[in-house]
Design a protein around this ligand. Structure first.
Ligand SMILES: C[S@@+](CC[C@H](N)C(=O)[O-])C[C@H]1O[C@@H](n2cnc3c(N)ncnc32)[C@H](O)[C@@H]1O
Length: 283
């Protein structure tokens, strides 16, 4: 079953990911030119900041409840809790190992009273309707086997006027040119390595959000801005210390590491896209 595979994937790989690459399990944001060589961790923080700015949620006075859907080990959740001192942040993940690590990290930061981490399925969230002021979902949508149900659940648990900030792996737009067999095989290899059921295009996400009744929908394609991330990860993956860690972490992570090039090649051929969407629940 997909959820079980995702759980095993993250249970077994999150420790080594944190050790080698840090607490953020998402792309970095790079400016073009020289900016493509900036520190990888800084680039990951910059992606969070760029998302907040672009979605117009950068106001430090932001108060309310944030839900981080697919929270990993709480990289974004704790960053947001620190940035917005009047917020309360809940993170959900399929991986008990991640949820426990996120809780431990919250304690290290003294944020345990304002953060909560739990194992829960985004397609059937254990929350009442109309609860959250902000939903943050950074690179978990690609794991969802039912993209409409996922966005419908986000809409349900958002408060009226609440905001969704969503960034996810997509494939290129297909309206004028359907995916060919070679592209489909390339995507299938990415799905197999990263436990993804399938990805869709950004305009398909936009159509789903519109049909569900989200308001003020905006999208942007940041593929060029995030693509350098994979080259920086590949460089660091091949240092001796990291290779030893990867071997200790077991097969799923090894497979993912040797397959990092699938993503960088996916971006360079225009097949893989990094889609960003923000939208609001009506009042
Ligand atoms: C690539 S990690 C991203 C982690 C985090 N957002 C970050 O940027 O550091 C994907 C996350 O999505 C979660 N996930 C995947 N499918 C999910 C589902 N159906 N319900 C809840 N979480 C899910 C995984 O457990 C994992 O924490």
């Amino acid at each position: 079953m997909l959820n079980q595979r995702i759980q095993t994937f993250y249970d077994s790989s999150s420790g080594i990911w944190e050790q080698v690459w840090g607490e953020h399990m998402h792309h970095g944001f790079y400016e073009l030119g020289e900016g493509a060589y900036k520190d990888r961790k800084q680039a990951q923080i910059d992606l969070i900041e760029e998302l907040l700015n672009w979605s117009e949620v950068a106001n430090l006075e932001f108060k309310g409840e944030i839900l981080d859907v697919g929270c990993g080990i709480g990289g974004s959740s704790l960053y947001l809790a620190q940035k917005f001192p009047a917020s309360q942040v809940t993170g959900i993940t399929l991986s008990p190992v991640q949820a426990n690590r996120a809780k431990a990290r919250a304690e290290e930061f003294g944020l345990q009273s304002r953060t909560k981490f739990q194992v829960a399925d985004a397609l059937s969230m254990p929350f009442e309707s109309d609860r959250f002021d902000l939903i943050w979902s950074l690179e978990s949508g690609e794991h969802m086997p039912d993209k409409s149900k996922f966005l419908a659940e986000c809409l349900r648990v958002l408060k009226p006027n609440g905001k969704l900030i969503f960034a996810t792996w997509c494939h290129r737009e297909t309206a004028s040119k359907p995916l060919n067999i070679n592209e489909k095989q390339h995507l299938q290899r990415i799905y197999d390595v990263y436990c993804l059921p399938f990805v869709i295009s950004l305009s398909e996400y936009e159509a789903i959000a519109r049909d569900l009744g989200f308001q003020d929908i905006r999208t942007v394609d940041w593929s060029k801005e995030v693509a350098p991330f994979w080259d920086r990860v590949i460089e660091s993956a091949f240092s001796l210390k990291n290779i030893l860690g990867v071997i200790q972490a077991g097969l799923p992570t090894i497979v993912a590491t040797t397959s990092l090039r699938l993503m960088s090649r996916g971006y360079s051929r225009g097949l893989v896209k990094f889609g960003v969407l923000t939208a609001q629940k009506s009042s």
